[in-house]
Design a protein around this ligand. Structure first.
Ligand code: GDP
Ligand code: IMO
Ligand code: MG
Length: 416
């Protein structure tokens, strides 16, 4: 069965780790949306890998990794990440293809994101502006980048307009055309051999070969279903695994990944946020600092109003709960089951951030376990209170928790 791994909160749920482990049995690992705003961590022994653009299955020789049409690609990041990987592990990694239909992040996208993204708290990687141009039908695609004549033409059409904006709207420095061309054409030569019509690569795959769709960001950062406008500029949910890759794989198991508590980087409301020493403790114990930007992540209690909503939207079949070990530091744990707004109890996730800001979480209190669980191998190894915590998640979301992660390493994963 194929697998789609999607984040159920605000990103950084531990998708990279799960993809890396599950990739052992797969042949294709596919990124279908987002770009290098993502930061997916894979820990193998003492080695830590942080992937922004490369799929998290890249470490396995003999597999095929695909960066699909739905992704926005920064060619510098692509080449740097691949070179860095090859410096560390050699060329013995998965085969790597980039869709010729994926859009390119241009220097003006990064510049605009840095100038305009502060109120949302974006990663500043040019993701939003690149997707705006894609939808606006003025983007530049990989197929154009690797055709020198076409690329020169497209840059000569776009750059004067972009420079006009940078100068007149923001008082910023214009982008030098020759420098841009030199840099991008150099990168185009380097990445050319990876470019393919990846919908054919996947569409003609043998039916017996498993595909893993690797989601980036999380459902509450989805452009439609997230906490708009404090979201990213792509659909992060399962539906986009089809559009963003061009393959309608049959029999896909959707695995929703959720942290055992909540975190968020960037702006926008989070009802269960803890602005106190418990929040500080979670940040410290969970090492909650952004993989891409290094920003401290905001921490809070697990919110099941969110998980009920996000499991529904993605059609989640089973859950993976990560970082359960981090909760070992607490005497008691709170789980949000509903919200109260103007003294009315609601269990649906509100549409507007104005409503969400007024939501007061209703909590269930559970006893902690105060014991190291990082070596637990099977569910029965976990203390009773940790098992109860998992059972509570299962009963309220009506989904089984099939994976429990108790540490960052590959073998710190309990499968049930
Ligand atoms: P992703 O964006 O969803 O792939 O997640 P990130 O890699 O941005 O953030 C997850 C962080 O938690 C990384 O530093 C992982 O190494 C780490 N991690 C993943 N699973 C666990 C776990 O079960 N326990 C602990 N303590 N750390 C974990
Ligand atoms: P992974 O794949 C956590 C957040 C940013 C900001 C908002 C919009 O590692 O889970 P953008 O640069 O996308 O326009 O920023 O989305 N954000 C993430 N937060 N994990 C991510 O990716 C994120 N990618 C974007 O912090 O709030
Ligand atoms: Mg991340």
């Amino acid at each position: 069965m194929h697998k789609a791994i999607v984040g159920l909160q605000w990103g950084d749920e531990g998708k990279g780790k799960l993809v890396d482990v599950l990739a052992q049995k797969a042949v294709y690992i596919v990124r279908f949306q987002g770009g290098n705003n993502a930061g997916h961590t894979v820990v193998v022994g003492d080695e830590i890998f942080k992937f922004h653009l490369l799929p998290s299955g890249i470490l396995y020789a003999g597999k095929v990794c695909v960066i699909g049409n739905g992704v926005v690609i920064n060619p510098t990041v692509f080449c740097d990440e691949l070179e860095d990987l090859e410096r560390r592990v050699g060329k013995d990694h998965a085969q790597l293809f980039i869709s010729d239909k994926a859009h390119i992040i241009m220097p003006w996208h990064e510049a605009l994101d840095k100038l305009t993204g502060k109120s949302i708290g974006t990663t500043g990687r040019g993701i939003g502006p690149a997707y705006e141009d894609k939808i606006g039908r003025r983007g530049i695609r990989v197929a154009e980048l690797v055709n020198e004549q076409v690329f020169r033409q497209r840059v000569s059409e776009e750059l004067p307009k972009r420079n006009w904006h940078l100068i007149n709207e923001f008082g910023a420095q214009p982008i030098d055309e020759q420098e841009l061309l030199d840099k991008y054409l150099f990168l185009a030569e380097k990445l050319k051999s990876h470019v393919a019509q990846t919908e054919y690569v996947l569409g003609q795959a043998s039916p017996g070969y498993q595909i893993i769709f690797e989601g980036a960001q999380g459902t509450l950062l989805d452009n439609d279903f997230g906490t708009y406008p404090f979201v990213t500029s792509s659909n992060t949910t399962f539906g986009n695994s089809i559009t963003g890759s061009g393959v309608r794989a049959r029999d896909v198991e959707v695995i929703g990944v959720a942290k055992a508590y909540n975190t968020r980087v960037g702006n926008g409301p989070m009802p269960t946020e803890l602005n106190d020493e418990t929040g500080e403790l979670l940040r410290k114990e969970g090492n909650e600092f952004g993989t891409t930007t290094g920003r401290p992540r905001r921490c809070g209690w697990l919110d099941l109003v969110i998980l009920k909503y996000t499991t529904m939207i993605n059609g989640v079949d089973s859950l993976a709960i990560t970082k359960l070990d981090v909760l070992s530091c607490l005497d008691e744990l709170l789980i949000c089951t509903d919200y109260r707004i103007d003294n009315i109890v609601i269990s649906k996730f509100p549409t507007t951030v104005q409503e969400l800001e007024r939501c007061i979480p209703i909590y269930k209190k559970l006893p902690g376990w105060k014991q190291d669980i990082k070596n637990a191998q099977i569910f029965q190894d976990l203390p009773a209170n940790a098992r109860n915590y998992i059972h509570m998640i299962e009963s309220i979301t009506d989904r089984s928790v099939d994976y429990i992660s108790v540490g960052e390493k590959r073998d710190q994963l309990i499968g049930r």
